[in-house]
Design a protein around this ligand. Structure first.
Ligand SMILES: Nc1ncnc2c1ncn2[C@@H]1O[C@H](COP(=O)(O)OP(=O)(O)OP(=O)(O)O)[C@@H](O)[C@H]1O
Ligand SMILES: Nc1ccn([C@@H]2O[C@H](COP(=O)(O)O)[C@@H](O)[C@H]2O)c(=O)n1
Length: 232
């Protein structure tokens, strides 16, 4: 009879929740709440692309220059201080991010970082929530639960405008709307890992829903896919 090598069971596989969607759809807000409710780690993958875009700009380069963008992406690592900078939250950083994000070498360089986070969530968390544009389609196609959070571009621009005003950052409504449209177009029309819902994603249009309603619907969906209930 074959004896087991050890009576210790293998560590449980981390639960992965993928949350994708266009800019200002509310995926960050939702991801943080889901992570808190289930005791999961959260990775805002947009921060990685923003960091690459800002690094290129600071080096005096053009974010649309493939070689410069790829170099910056290969230099990024999980402890890099740029990942904590508030400068990543500016619109300039967002626009640069969406340009470097179209470079295949950049996406390839960041893939490992994201997949490692999903497989081994920091702090020994039992699961990970990753939000971005291609989590359910490319980064974690086997995620147990996938949500695609969206809203009309006008609603998203209005939410972002109000957010900027709350933060005391001057902004013009028509500029915010145009910036969002140009980022949507670049993100959904690029050849590699374009923004789109995975075939098995739960699509949540939040145009007429507040953050609490979105959270409740997401919790119900995650529960139906994983059998888990919020712990907090
Ligand atoms: N359901 C909702 N109803 C109204 N406002 C919301 C809702 N969800 C999020 N918001 C607000 O909309 C703004 C954008 O949300 P959030 O930053 O979560 O979006 P995001 O998709 O992560 O954006 P980005 O891709 O640009 O990082 C924030 O000010 C947030 O408070
Ligand atoms: N998985 C991802 C995440 C982000 N991007 C690109 O980065 C830009 C900034 O992202 P935010 O979520 O912080 O708004 C975004 O417009 C995308 O171009 C990506 O490609 N894939």
């Amino acid at each position: 009879m074959t004896q087991p090598l050890s009576n210790q069971s293998a560590p449980a596989k981390a639960v992965v929740v993928a949350i994708d969607g266009p800019a200002a759809s509310g995926k960050g807000t939702l991801s943080q709440r889901i992570a808190g409710a289930f005791g999961f780690a959260h990775l805002d993958t947009g921060v990685l692309y923003r960091a690459v875009g800002v690094s290129v700009l600071r080096a005096g380069g053009d974010p649309a220059d493939n070689a410069a963008a790829a170099r910056a992406a290969y230099e990024l690592h999980p402890e890099h201080p740029i990942l904590q900078e508030v400068a990543l939250r500016t619109d300039e950083a967002a626009q640069a991010a969406s340009k470097v994000a179209a470079v295949p070498e950049v996406r390839a360089a960041l893939l490992d970082f994201q997949r490692r986070f999903a497989a081994h969530p920091p702090g020994g968390a039992p699961g990970a929530v990753l939000d971005g544009r291609d989590i359910g389609t490319v980064v974690c196609p086997d995620a147990q639960a996938k949500l695609f959070v969206t809203a009309s571009v006008e609603v998203r621009a209005e939410r972002r405008l109000r957010e900027l005003q709350r933060r005391g950052i001057p902004a013009i409504s028509s500029d915010v709307l145009e910036d969002m449209k140009s980022r949507d177009a670049r993100d959904s029309q690029r050849a590699v890992a374009p923004l789109r819902p995975a075939a098995d994603a739960f699509v949540l249009d939040t145009s007429a829903l507040d953050a609490d309603q979105v959270f409740s619907m997401a919790v119900a969906h995650i529960g139906s896919k994983t059998g888990l209930k919020p712990t907090a």
